[in-house]
Design a protein around this ligand. Structure first.
Ligand SMILES: *Cc1c(COP(=O)(O)O)cnc(C)c1O
Length: 371
């Protein structure tokens, strides 16, 4: 029987096992020295002073939105084609996520549609780096400035990417959120981080991740707790544990290698797929660290057929994502392009335990089915 090729997975070696063992043997498993060191290393990597580690990407988004003062009665523009985490994070603050359409060319937010969805209650825009790309980022920045909106960037797919002049995603605007869940570019097991260029947002988030207890993050970093506590705002149990941070610290050292691998696997897909009825997204895969590899098929039936044939050959694929406005809890007005995209999209396997032979096997089937 042939081995199963998974859609995405983490890539773990003995080093992560050893790092976790050290934490377990230390007898301290909560948020302590490992989290502090991971935050310092992330700050250094992203060239950004203000990094707070949390226990998921979803928690990062929730705290990010809350820290910008978004609340009940407010509206936040979100592309409909994204992980449901974005919609739930906005909803958790009491605000309303407003589903916006996307561009067929790259699956990312359509600013033209976002403009149509503006109301007097619109307070922020959540910009999702779909498939690690951020093609119209400068237009997005102009749009939020012009309309006096706050910006939350969901960079769950784009950790480690450069966007300009050797500047990494994560340093220059309101709030940028990363995920380190089990399948992301680097993993902590579960984890996330919120990055901001604004000290006051950073300090707010540091308290909010620990039930809103003032300066408890600072105390814990020094191996203490705040017993004479004060709370000024809503907080959550969202901090990261030393076990997760220990995994993340090892993974961060591998990001360069992971990035090169993901780029070369993507390049292999681009050169090997020659089917006439397959199109690629308008993304420069050599400029990013590709997190997923979406292709667009000519029709829904072709997509379903290809997915079935690949599954028959033990090759797992994904669909990123069912538009959120089609979900009962977030049901909203139609977004035509998002719905078309959803029917035609298929994500091919991409992770660091794949090799070129795996890609040849996959692309041979794609070419046969879609030739
Ligand atoms: C993974 C992901 C998230 C949420 O991160 P978790 O760590 O799984 O909570 C949010 N947005 C996108 C686009 C993601 O891929």
């Amino acid at each position: 029987m042939s081995k199963k090729i998974r859609l995405s997975k983490c890539s773990i070696s003995q080093e992560e096992h050893d790092a976790v063992s050290l934490v377990l043997n230390s007898g301290f498993l909560g948020m302590g020295p490992e989290v502090s060191k991971f935050e310092d290393e992330l700050s250094n990597f992203l060239s950004c002073n203000f990094v707070s580690c949390v226990n998921s990407g979803t928690a990062a988004l929730h705290l990010g939105v809350q820290a910008l003062g978004i609340k009940a009665g407010d509206e936040v523009l979100v592309p409909s084609v994204t992980y449901v985490a974005c919609f739930q994070a906005v909803k958790a603050t009491g605000a309303k996520p407003v589903a916006c359409d996307i561009m067929m060319s790259d699956g990312a937010l359509s600013l033209e549609d976002a403009e149509k969805k503006l109301t007097k209650n619109t307070k922020a825009l959540m910009y999702v780096h779909y498939a690690s790309a951020f093609n119209r980022r400068s237009e997005v920045l102009e749009f939020v400035k012009k309309n006096n909106l706050r910006l939350i960037e969901d960079a769950a797919h784009s950790f480690g990417c450069y966007y300009a002049n050797r500047k990494r995603i994560g340093q220059d605007y309101d709030v940028v959120c990363f995920s380190f869940d089990g399948i992301k570019n680097i993993t902590c097991g579960e984890g996330g981080a919120v990055v901001s260029s604004d000290r006051s947002i950073f300090e707010y988030i540091k308290d909010a991740r620990l039930l809103g207890v003032k300066k408890d993050s600072v105390a814990r970093a020094n191996g203490q707790r705040t017993w004479d506590s004060e709370v000024e705002h809503q907080g959550w149990r969202y901090h990261m544990s030393d076990i997760n941070a220990a995994i993340g610290r090892v993974q961060l050292k591998k990001i360069e290698r992971f990035g090169l691998l993901r780029k070369s696997l993507s390049a292999c897909y681009l050169s090997e797929i020659n089917a006439r009825h397959v199109s690629f997204l308008d993304i420069d895969y050599q400029r990013i660290i590709p997190h997923i590899f979406p292709i667009l098929l000519s029709s829904e039936s072709k997509r379903d057929e290809l997915q079935k044939v690949l599954a028959f050959n033990y090759i797992e694929t994904g669909i990123h994502y069912k538009p959120n406005h089609m979900l009962n809890f977030f049901r909203g007005k139609a977004c035509d392009i998002a719905e078309k995209f959803y029917k035609r999209e298929l994500s091919l396997p991409l992770h660091c335990d794949l090799d070129q032979d795996d890609i040849y096997k996959i692309t041979k089937i794609v070419n046969e089915v879609c030739g």
